[in-house]
Write a protein that binds this ligand. Sequence first.
Ligand code: FES
Length: 143
Amino acid sequence: MEYTDKVLEHFNNPRNIGTIEDANIVVRAGDPSCGDGLLIFLKIADDRIIDYKYKVFGCGAAIATSSIASELAMGRTLDQVLAISPAVIANALDGLPNNKMHCSNLASSALCTAIMHYRAKLEEEAATPPSSPEHSEVNNDTP
Ligand code: FES
């Protein structure tokens, strides 16, 4: 199987490339077998991805799958994003050659890791008691 028109289109015009200064989560994913890597930046609000940028270093399929994944995830709830599997990404590109199917793992695993880290961060923040004036140390040694 050759690359589909959609793969070539996303490879030639990748969407949403860049970084987010105030991202909630930044995650790197890599494929040790080929050395390709993806760095994603997510801005999340109300359990939804409101901005998504990435930098990708890799093959044509890595670029195309990263691009389509950003479109699939943008504006979606975190549970919807967790359902963006490598197969969903490949299907959204009208398929990938068999020897390039593994390239769709990059974005899928980066998104899954990012959401796990984000949720863990939220739980950690919820478990941390807020500081209150009653419990603050005050120096009353003023003469
Ligand atoms: Fe490494 Fe495509 S060959 S992600």
